[in-house]
Design a protein around this ligand. Sequence first.
Ligand code: SF4
Ligand code: FES
Length: 256
Amino acid sequence: MNLKLKIWRQKDPNSRGKFVNYLLNDISTDSSFLEMLDVLNEELISKGEEPVIYDHDCREGICGACGLYINGRPHGPDSLITVCQLHMRHFNDGDEITIEPWRAKAFPILRDLMVDRSAFERIQQAGGFITVRAGSAPDANAIAIPTETLEHSMDFAECIGCGACVASCPNGAAMLFVGAKISHLGLLPQGQPERAKRARQMVAAMEREAFGACTNFRSCEAVCPKEISISGIARMNKDYRRAMFAGAAAPNGKKR
Ligand code: SF4
Ligand code: FES
């Protein structure tokens, strides 16, 4: 198939970017979207031009590095997959494809299609972990967890930190991501000792970054490649409220 690509090019975080058009011929419908970009880059390098910089790592939908806007949609036209899992059979011969980086204040563009998502890492470092004694191998099943609880936790553990939720949100909010991280650990018995501290510290870290606030658009949930539910945001808010008001009397005089 032959394609017309319209790609955002930006030299560095401080330069003004712009769209540049490229014509690309003879792309196999079996190739992945990133392989298509690889072919473009080989052509650019052979002509002595700068290749298009884009992020990727695992190329199998688990690391979250490859996020892009494709024709105005995070991760492209297919649902529940990341860009690296998108194949060219979803496009037609002669199509024009617009490719942009995530657009969010908290994710500054480093170059071309690559953004800095280290704000997510700082939130994670603030409390997205559990503390365990790792001196010796624990007995198998030392802490029994009901299957239902485990699966509920796993639903949130699937978040790969790709950032599509932030990029799609009109407010640039990171609540789906942070809600997933807090819910994943907060549902497990191993996550209980630090549950309140985790909610307090991760929400505080989120607020220190340039993310906006949630106003229930739910675009995050619609574009998430891992089907993370906004119920994680409700869990995060509940844990945060408990952590901030623990011990304080409720208006009805009862303990919260
Ligand atoms: S919640 Fe979904 S869209 Fe947001 S970072 Fe996690 S996997 Fe990506
Ligand atoms: S490259 Fe890892 S999720 Fe796409």
